[in-house]
Each structure stands twice: as C-alpha cells, then as structure tokens.
Design a binder for this molecule. Structure first.
Ligand SMILES: [Zn+2]
Ligand SMILES: [Zn+2]
Length: 248
C-alpha cells in the first residue's frame, strides 16, 4: 500500500522537455539497462523507470567481481532488468553469488524476487526487511542486525552509519578499489533538491553523511543512488543541500 510513493523520489534525471517525436518516444519507452566498467572488476549498472510526476528516473547499482563470482550492489528497478543483468553476468562466465540492497525502496530492491527465484542469496538489514514486509514487497533471503556486515572478505563491507534519505539506508565500501557506494543517502552534484523526503530524517541526514566523510576519507570514487558518479565532493554537496534546505 505504501509502495507507490516509495520510489517516486528523484527528479534530477528527467529528460529535458522537448517537442520532438524522438524525445516523446524516449519518454514513452523507458531506456534500457546499461552497464559500464568503472574500474577493473567493478561495473556500474543503471536502470530506468517511468515514474508518474517525475518522468524517467535512472537508478545506479554496482556489480563487483572476484574469483569469477559477482556480487550485485542494489538491484535494478524491476525483475525484468534484473534478469537481464544476471544474463549479462552469466555471459561473462561469472556466477552471481549474492546481492545486497542499501534500502527498501523499489529502485534498489525491485529485483529481489527474481534473484530469490534463481537461488541467489539476497541480503538486506533487518530494518529494510521489516519495511519490505510491511509494504508487501519481495523480502530478502538473508538479513543482518549489526551496524556492519562483511558481505565478502576483503571485497565488500556494508555499513549502517545512521538515518538520512530513509531510516534504513546503508553505504557499501569496496576497500580494494576505494569505491564508496553511497546509495540514496548521497546526492549527485547535479541534484538541486533532496528528492523524495517522505521517509527521510533530515535532522540526522547531514550528521550521517559527516560520519561517512570521516570514515571513508580515502574514497576515490563515490557512487550516488541516482545521477553521475564522482568523488568525495558529493558528500559535501549532500551536506550543503541539507543545511541549505529550509526545514519544516
Ligand atoms: Zn529511496
Ligand atoms: Zn532513490
């Protein structure tokens, strides 16, 4: 029942208004799933959904590879794109070992049902699992209660540093590549607003991002939940947006 607003929370990816047929066609047909190599063994996946009132919304996730095993950091929006992602990974000669979703919203969990059907371990925090269950969404096969989870030794570390975009938002640290996946806790530099804040904790949010800043000073690449990837400047940009935002 609460699933409708839960994904309608980003505006910066709307295509520019245009009257051309081509642009209208693009708006009617959501763009295809895309994959791009960020650094060796780490791919960015980007999926799209037409969201009423928001236009075409792009969402970011990662695929991290080690020893022919692939880990999905946040699923695409839908089962269909998640199936395409798994097919693509399999075509590379890799096996999908597990997924982790960084909060309960559909842009980061929409493929959990498909992954479960394929026998792939799906991970979320117990906070996220409670929200998935309450919203009658596919729940994950594995949960954790701690503030930190090592999904794969020396490869993927997951942290709950506090509330922000949602009460359950996590960040993922890739120590080998020094990549921080901030998810929807972190805004892209193009973002001029906080997006959907219906479930946000705007008082804690800047404090949580400050903890992220303090903990991951060596981050070379920072990946936001939506929009262009960048560096640590995304963290200070997010704090700026939050402290400039008129509250209440
Ligand atoms: Zn969200
Ligand atoms: Zn989001």
């Amino acid at each position: 029942m609460l699933s409708a607003p839960s994904f309608a929370h980003e505006t910066e990816q709307q295509p520019a208004q245009s009257n051309t047929d081509a642009a209208q066609k693009r708006q009617q047909q959501p763009a295809e799933l895309t994959l791009s190599l960020l650094v060796p063994d780490v791919y960015l996946h980007q999926s799209y959904k037409q969201v009423s009132g928001f236009g075409l919304v792009e969402s970011n996730g990662l695929v991290v590879v080690q020893d022919k095993q692939a880990f999905i950091i946040d699923t695409p929006w839908a089962d269909s794109d998640t199936a395409k992602l798994v097919d693509w990974i399999t075509l590379q000669g890799l096996t999908v070992a597990a997924s982790i979703s960084t909060h309960s919203h559909q842009d980061h969990t929409g493929g959990i049902g498909y992954l479960n059907s394929q026998g792939i371990a799906t991970w979320v925090s117990d906070k996220t699992q409670n929200l998935l269950t309450a919203n009658k969404l596919s729940s994950a096969s594995h949960t954790f209660r701690t503030k930190q989870l090592t999904l794969q030794q020396q490869l993927i570390e997951v942290y709950d540093l506090g509330a922000g975009h949602t009460v359950d938002n996590l960040v993922v640290w890739l120590p080998n590549q020094q990549i921080l996946f901030g998810g929807c806790l972190i805004k892209s530099l193009n973002s001029r607003t906080l997006g959907y804040t219906g479930e946000a904790d705007v008082e804690q949010w800047p404090l949580t991002v400050a903890k992220v800043q303090a903990q991951f000073t060596q981050a070379k690449i920072v990946v936001p939940g939506h929009g262009k990837i960048g560096d640590s400047s995304l963290l200070s940009h997010t704090i700026d947006l939050l402290t400039q935002q008129p509250q209440g």
